[in-house]
Design a protein around this ligand. Structure first.
Ligand code: DGT
Ligand code: CA
Ligand code: CA
Ligand code: ZN
Length: 584
């Protein structure tokens, strides 16, 4: 039996979300289901210690948590169990949540599968698809069977990877926990995390210490550690509560720069580093440098920092995000490495939602949060009318929002506040490439983000043509989440990214780097190409609530991986500059 999960904020929220899903499976009242989903969000975002409040039965007055929910949360926080959830949970097999997690399978379809075929986990779903049973069900044509099989395949091939966004908190927590140990000198997170990869397999912690044993002992006692998989004299591997593996290496102080370089990777980057050292008669590994056989007389440099390794090789320092062996060595040798953008360079951002469509916070709340982050402007781009599932705005509501933003800006002005909201729209690109609003409406906005939210199964040529048509519209400022991918969940739709970049270059259209950790779209592998063709990037959090403005951090990481400099990113411009740029 797996041990009970710790009672945390996430545990409370996830239980409510799961309860909502199960009730949906049972076909319960939609109002009740929404109340639980909403309750999960409230718990997730509550600014105080919600677990403690729930335990103490002190939840009254919190908006979105009614008296029935208060009682349930108190039970859950006190005992780790909620009777209603336990009851409903017992009515379904364990695998049901795996089905609900598949792309393209909502509770309605899972309900049909379960009721008609008793399909309650992935293996039986796969079998039922292959035997033709699913295809015979009403509402499940041949195409949807194919899609389900693809989703199962996709999930299997991405098993055991994690989105960067899902591990940052625990990674920082473990790092800080290691730093608390008095015998831990230097502590870093290496590996794909340090390189800012969009998904990762495990975390790699590196510590320098004269007492590895006690550092390892300390590490295995960390709160998030569920199981110690391996414990050696200088290393350990543990499994965290969320299933993620974390490796720890402890080295002597003198070896730290070598180990940091080695364990940061990538493997391809390390291979090239070693080759360049060998050319100088030196063998490089995670512990240090030694002369190679036959070169015993060669001078071994004294290296005290990772940077020293590059200096010794006559190279500029290569930032971890660039260490993928995709041209960084040549650039480091030529002195042409980019000076990478930093989070502090961002002055505003464009693609954000409010309660007018599917966001959770009002214009004022979003504005206040952006001011708090030190931004000078925040663009509001709520959905357009065709995104009815996201409560998209029609022309009338959009025009009213423009007026409301104008009024809020006047208040800022009156208060001597320099910050401003900008009026935009995330306008749907319809199937034929036309936009959801007429030009006369778009012309009233400060800027326009154009995105695809439906008809994602077009073939590559049709999808590319569709996007190019939107790019060519003079009112379109930028393209939103270019490929529609959801990391580890949904593949990008078919589109020729190279051609899209060319069209954006030809039309002066900006491409968004959507910083939502599920998207990180356009992918970092394309940004250098786009940059070299003169296409500007806009780093947008696509925030649906105030906390998500912090997604900007992920966007900057990906932009850095894509070799982008401050001048390549539109939202490094000041408010005044951006006004001029948008008016041009
Ligand atoms: P991942 O799969 O997201 O965990 O990616 P990494 O890069 O974190 O890979 P990981 O955890 O297997 O290893 C961390 C680093 O250690 C890796 O980037 C480079 C280095 N490394 C590990 N094994 C080898 C190896 O066999 N050869 C070389 N040259 N480097 C290695
Ligand atoms: Ca790793
Ligand atoms: Ca590892
Ligand atoms: Zn969107």
């Amino acid at each position: 039996m797996p041990s009970d999960p710790p009672i945390t904020r996430d545990f409370l929220a996830d239980t409510l979300d799961r309860l909502a899903m199960l009730l949906e499976l049972k076909g319960e009242n939609a109002f009740k289901i929404r109340a639980y989903k909403n309750g999960a969000d409230v718990v997730r975002e509550f600014s105080g210690d919600i677990v403690e409040r729930a335990r103490a039965g002190d939840l009254s007055g919190i908006k979105g948590i009614g008296s029935a929910l208060q009682e349930k949360l108190q039970a859950l926080a006190t005992t780790g169990k909620m009777p209603l959830y336990e009851k409903v949970r017992a009515e379904f097999p364990d695998g049901i949540f795996d089905l609900l997690g598949l792309s393209g399978l909502g509770p309605k379809k899972v309900k049909v599968l379960y009721e008609a075929l008793e399909v309650g986990d992935l293996p039986s779903l796969k079998k039922a698809c292959e035997s033709g049973k699913v295809g015979d069900l009403p509402g499940f044509g041949k195409k949807s069977v194919e899609k389900i099989l693809e989703s199962i395949e996709f999930q299997a091939s991405h098993a055991e990877r994690f989105r960067l966004g899902d591990v940052v908190a625990v990674a920082r927590e473990l790092r800080d926990f290691l730093r608390l140990h008095p015998e831990a000198n230097q502590v870093e997170i290496a590996g794909s995390y340090r390189r800012g990869k969009e998904t990762l397999h495990d975390l790699d912690f590196l510590v320098s210490s004269g007492d590895p044993e006690s550092v390892i002992e300390h590490f295995t006692k960390a709160e998030p550690v569920e199981k110690v998989e391996l414990r050696g004299d200088t290393k350990a591997s543990v499994r965290l509560g969320n299933g993620l593996q974390a490796d720890l290496r402890v080295v002597e102080n003198a070896a730290f720069p070598f180990a940091l370089s080695y364990f940061t990777g990538s493997k391809a980057h390390n291979v090239e580093m070693r080759g360049r050292m060998r050319d100088r008669g030196l063998s490089l590994n995670e512990y240090g440098l030694t002369p190679i056989e036959g070169k015993e007389g060669v001078d071994v440099p004294k290296i005290e920092e990772e940077r020293g390794l590059y200096e010794f090789l006559g190279l500029d320092y290569v930032e971890p995000e660039l260490r993928e062996n995709t041209g960084e060595f040549e650039a480091a040798a030529d002195g042409t490495l980019p000076r990478l953008i930093e989070l502090e360079n961002l002055r505003g951002t464009f693609h954000n939602h409010t309660t007018a469509s599917d966001g959770r916070n009002s214009l004022e709340e979003m504005g206040a949060a952006a001011i708090e982050l030190g931004l000078e402007y925040l663009g509001i781009a709520d959905h357009s009318k065709s995104s009815f599932q996201a409560n998209g705005l029609d022309e009338e509501r959009l025009v009213a929002q423009v007026a409301e933003i104008e009024k809020i800006n006047q208040n800022y002005e009156a208060d001597g506040e320099k910050f401003r909201l900008l009026s935009g729209s995330e306008v749907d690109i319809l199937k034929d490439g036309s936009l959801d609003f007429d030009d006369s409406i778009l012309a009233q906005l400060d800027y326009v983000v154009a995105s695809v939210h439906n008809a994602m199964t077009l073939d590559e040529a049709a999808m590319t043509k569709r996007l190019v048509k939107a790019i060519e519209n003079e009112h379109v400022t930028m393209l939103g989440h270019l490929t529609g991918r959801l990391l580890l969940k949904r593949e990008a739709y078919a589109v020729n990214v190279g051609k899209i970049i060319d069209a954006c270059a030809a039309n002066g259209t900006v491409i968004e780097l959507n910083a939502n950790p599920w998207r990180l779209d356009m992918d970092w592998r394309w940004w250098k190409t786009a940059r070299d063709k003169g296409v500007l990037c806009a780093i947008n959090p696509d925030a649906h609530r105030v906390q998500q403005l912090e997604y900007l951090w992920f966007g900057v990481k990906q932009a850095r991986k894509g070799w982008l400099r401050r001048e390549d990113v539109l939202n490094t411009k000041s408010l005044e500059e951006i006004r001029g740029w948008l008016d041009r």
